[in-house]
Design a protein around this ligand. Structure first.
Ligand SMILES: Nc1ncnc2c1ncn2[C@@H]1O[C@H](COP(=O)(O)OP(=O)(O)OP(=O)(O)O)[C@@H](O)[C@H]1O
Ligand SMILES: [Mg+2]
Length: 325
C-alpha cells in the first residue's frame, strides 16, 4: 500500500476477568490507506469492535493492549497519553457507533452537542461553530437543519440520530472514520440510505473508512479491501472483489456459502458447522471440513505478498516463516 495512514501491527489485546487474562485480539495486523474504504467482517464475538476501539485507545475497562502497535501516520498509539489520544480522536480519527442513542447525550440538545465538538476541535468561536453545525446537518441531507439543531436526541428517529452522528464524525475533517456497524440498528431502507450517505461523504472528502460489518453485501458494495476476522485473528485479507470471488480461507468460504440468497442452494447453508472456536491451533479447525494434523499449529497470515492472503495451511505451502519456499 502506498500511503497507509493506519498500520496495526501484531496487536494483542487481553481482557482480564477475575485475575485471568483472556486473549481478545491475537496478533492482528491491518493497514488502511489514505482515503481507502476497508471492510472488516466476521461473526459476532470475533473481535471487530475490539479492534475498532483499540485503534484509538477506546478499549473497554479491563481490556488492554498487551503488545503490538497501532501506528497512526507513524506514531504508535499504544501507550500514548489519554490527552494525545483524545486530541487525535477529535481531529483525525472519528467513530460512528452502532447505537446512535448511546453515542448521543440524552440530556443535551443535538445542536449543543454538535457545537461542543466543533468548538473543541475545529472552531472555538460559538457563532461560527453554530453556522458550521447547521451546514453539517444540511450536508448529511437533513432537510430541516434548524429544527434538528434544536431537538433533543429522543425526538429524532434512529436514522436521523445516525445522520447527526455522521455529521459529528465529519465535523473535524478526520482522515479516518471507524464505522462500527453504523446502520444495524436501523430498518433496511434507512440502513441503505445512511450507509450510502456516509460513503458518499467519505469519498467526496477523501476520508478513509474502516467499515465494520457482518453484512458481506455491504462490504462488497462499499469497500476496496477487506479483512475477515475469526476468534480474534485476521484469517484473510485482500482486495474485496478477489476475496469474495475466490476466498482462500475455509472460514471465508463458509461465510459466503452460508449467505442466504437465490443463488445459494439451500443445502449449502449448513456449510458453517456449528461449534465454537478451537482453543489451540487454528481456531477454525473445529468447524473446518478440511482440517488436518497441521492445523494443531496456528497458521500465520503471510505478510508477503501484501495483497491477498489467508491464515490457513492449505493456502500457503510456501512463504511460511522458518521454511524455505
Ligand atoms: N467489555 C468487555 N470486557 C471483556 N471482554 C469483552 C468486552 N466486550 C467484548 N468482550 C469480548 O471480546 C470478544 C470480541 O468482542 P467484540 O465486541 O469485539 O466482537 P464483535 O466482532 O464486534 O461482535 P458483534 O458482531 O456482535 O458486534 C468477545 O469474546 C467478547 O465477549
Ligand atoms: Mg461489534
Amino acid at each position: 500500500m502506498e500511503n497507509p495512514i493506519l498500520i496495526v501491527e501484531k496487536l494483542n489485546v487481553v481482557a482480564r476477568r477475575k485475575g485471568a487474562a483472556h486473549k481478545i485480539l491475537d496478533s492482528v495486523s491491518l493497514q488502511v490507506g489514505e482515503g481507502e474504504i476497508a471492510g472488516l467482517v466476521g461473526e459476532s464475538g470475533s473481535g471487530k469492535s475490539m479492534l475498532g476501539s483499540a485503534i484509538a485507545g477506546l478499549l473497554p475497562r479491563g481490556c488492554e493492549a498487551e503488545s503490538g502497535q497501532v501506528l497512526w501516520r507513524g506514531q504508535n498509539l499504544i501507550g500514548a497519553s489519554e490527552d494525545a489520544l483524545s486530541s487525535l480522536r477529535g481531529s483525525q480519527i472519528a467513530y460512528v457507533f452502532q447505537e446512535p442513542m448511546t453515542a448521543l447525550n440524552p440530556t443535551l440538545r443535538v445542536g449543543r452537542q454538535l457545537v461542543d465538538v466543533i468548538k473543541r476541535h475545529a472552531q472555538p468561536d460559538a457563532a461560527a461553530a453554530k453556522a458550521l453545525a447547521l451546514g453539517l446537518l444540511a450536508n448529511v441531507r437533513i432537510e430541516t437543519p434548524q429544527e434538528v439543531f434544536e431537538a433533543w436526541p429522543h425526538q429524532l428517529s434512529g436514522g436521523m440520530r445516525q445522520r447527526v452522528l455522521i455529521a459529528m464524525a465529519f465535523s473535524c475533517k478526520p482522515a479516518l472514520i471507524v464505522a462500527d456497524e453504523p446502520t444495524t440498528a436501523l430498518d433496511v431502507t434507512v440502513q441503505a440510505q445512511v450507509l450510502s450517505l456516509l460513503l458518499t461523504l467519505a469519498r467526496e472528502r477523501g476520508t478513509a473508512v474502516l467499515l465494520i460489518s457482518h453484512d458481506i453485501g455491504v462490504i462488497r458494495r462499499a469497500s476496496e479491501t477487506m479483512y475477515v476476522m475469526y476468534a480474534g485473528r485476521i484469517v484473510e485479507r485482500g482486495r474485496t472483489a478477489a476475496v469474495l470471488d475466490a476466498p482462500r480461507h475455509p472460514y471465508t468460504r463458509a461465510l459466503l456459502d452460508g449467505l442466504p440468497g437465490r443463488l445459494q442452494p439451500k443445502a449449502r447453508l449448513n456449510a458453517l458447522r456449528p461449534g465454537g472456536p478451537a482453543s489451540s491451533g487454528c481456531a477454525f479447525r473445529s468447524r473446518c471440513a478440511s482440517a488436518f494434523d497441521r492445523c494443531g499449529e496456528v497458521p500465520p497470515l503471510p505478510t508477503q505478498p501484501p495483497a491477498g492472503a489467508a491464515a490457513c495451511w492449505l493456502s500457503q505451502p510456501i512463504n511460511v516463516e522458518g521454511e524455505s519456499a
